[in-house]
Design a protein around this ligand. Structure first.
Ligand SMILES: [Zn+2]
Length: 89
């Protein structure tokens, strides 16, 4: 069975732009992990891009909440939620 191009593109986006692992992608698109891995291999999508993975922990100086940013990203002045509030005022 041929995989829908929409699914292939979604797997490509989630693994390469969001840095998600096969198991995490599987949960989002409701496939099993092995299928995601197979689709990835069949479409020459490399394994997840670790540099864009949002797993660098930062603590917001404003609300003290923990939030995650990409490894190759510099932390902002506060968490995205506070930033929204600041911009909204
Ligand atoms: Zn905050």
């Amino acid at each position: 069975m041929k995989t829908s191009p929409i699914i292939v593109e979604e797997i490509r986006r989630l693994s390469q732009e969001e840095g998600l692992k096969d198991s995490e992608i599987a949960k989002i698109i409701q496939y099993n992990r092995v299928s995601v891995q197979k689709i990835r291999k069949n479409n020459n999508i490399p394994s997840y891009n670790i540099n864009v993975r949002k797993d660098k922990k930062e603590i917001c100086p404003n609300c003290k909440k923990e939030y995650y940013i990409r490894r190759n990203e510099k932390p902002g002045i506060c968490c995205p939620e506070c930033e929204l509030k600041l911009n909204g005022e």
